[in-house]
Ligand binder design. Structure first.
Ligand SMILES: Cc1cc2nc3c(=O)[nH]c(=O)nc-3n(C[C@H](O)[C@H](O)[C@H](O)COP(=O)(O)O)c2cc1C
Length: 305
């Protein structure tokens, strides 16, 4: 019998445990549709705020040897205008859409959450890696009290499942996950990009216009696996692993660390949409080879050592 690849994340039923991660492709309804057709279990939108943002000037993305460095500056049309893209994705048959939102305060998050819920998405993901309006230089997601306040505000405003996407740019990510869980979160996504920088040795200039950006891709996978492992041992809510997944072996590693599902971003730049089909085939063959009947059989197995 073929193993069962379906998963249930906080009531969200997925045909398999893969998702495209926020921001990498989800700028339009058509790109969400293309990635759905590639076989993902859920699509995640670009992070959307109350107001539209142009983002930073170029260069905003640099290919470094071990991954991708980006500082986009959260370009997006604003959550109200994005509703149209959700409708396009729906009319193209996309079944599971997660709306990613950001804000500068708990109130902004809850306002954006209400608008994205009304658009008909299936769940909401909170991008907590955004600037804190009250404390210049700090991200909302670096302060456990603010994480708690944001989750509280959003959970009081909407009924959909809410996932908190955590930043690895903090010394103890378990504290963030616990704060989110205590405030009523339905699931945790780990991780967003790792703060990083690259400099041109001929000109001496930082390569990104914003100078500092976020690293994604293979270099951050061991960091992400550690974060998922620590979080899954700390909280009871499901963990969605993200960071540096390039192939099916990486997916299995995240499942073993305690992730119930995974998100894939940078690999699409290297391997195109084909990565999802390859990953699903490899995971299915792994389950068969090991004699497991479903994804849940693998989740968190490393914890017993
Ligand atoms: C070009 C680019 C844009 C991104 N935009 C967002 C975003 O809008 N919101 C968000 O939560 N994460 C964003 N991310 C982070 C990814 O969703 C993901 O957490 C990170 O890249 C690690 O996964 P990966 O190594 O599979 O890419 C972005 C990443 C990249 C490379």
């Amino acid at each position: 019998m073929r193993p069962d690849l379906t998963v249930n994340i906080a009531g969200l039923k997925l045909r398999n445990p893969t998702m495209v991660s926020a921001g990498v492709l989800g700028l339009s309804g058509l790109s969400l549709s293309r990635v759905w057709d590639a076989g993902v279990g859920a699509v995640v939108s670009k992070s959307l705020g109350l107001q539209s943002r142009k983002g930073y000037s170029n260069p905003t993305i640099v290919d470094v040897s071990c991954g991708i460095l980006n500082a986009m500056g959260l370009p997006n049309p604003g959550v109200k205008d994005y509703v149209n893209e959700i409708q396009i994705a729906r009319s193209n048959g996309v079944k599971v859409i997660i709306g990613s939102i950001y804000g500068g305060s708990p109130k902004e998050f809850s306002e954006a959450a209400k608008i994205i819920e009304a658009s008909g998405v299936n769940a909401v993901e909170l991008n907590l890696s955004c600037p804190n309006v009250e404390d210049v230089g700090l991200e909302i997601g670096q302060d456990p009290n603010l994480v708690s306040a944001v989750v509280n505000a959003v959970k009081r405003s909407i009924r959909l499942p809410v996932f908190a996407k955590l930043t690895p740019n903090i010394s103890n990510i378990k504290v963030l996950a616990k704060a989110a869980e205590d405030a009523g979160i339905d699931g945790v996504v780990a991780i967003n990009t790792v703060r990083a920088m690259a400099i041109d040795i001929d000109t001496g200039r930082p390569l990104l216009s914003n100078k500092i950006g976020g690293l994604s891709g293979p270099a951050i996978k061991p960091i992400a696996v550690r974060c998922v492992y620590e979080i899954a041992k700390t909280v009871k809510v499901p963990v969605i692993g993200c960071g540096g997944i390039m192939n099916w072996k990486d997916v299995v590693e995240f499942l073993l660390a305690g992730a119930s599902a995974v998100q894939i971003g940078t690999a699409i730049a290297y391997k195109n949409f084909a990565v999802f089909g390859q990953v699903l085939k490899g995971v299915e063959q792994y389950l068969v080879k090991k004699g497991y009947s479903n994804i849940g059989d693998v989740v968190g197995l490393s914890h017993k050592y």
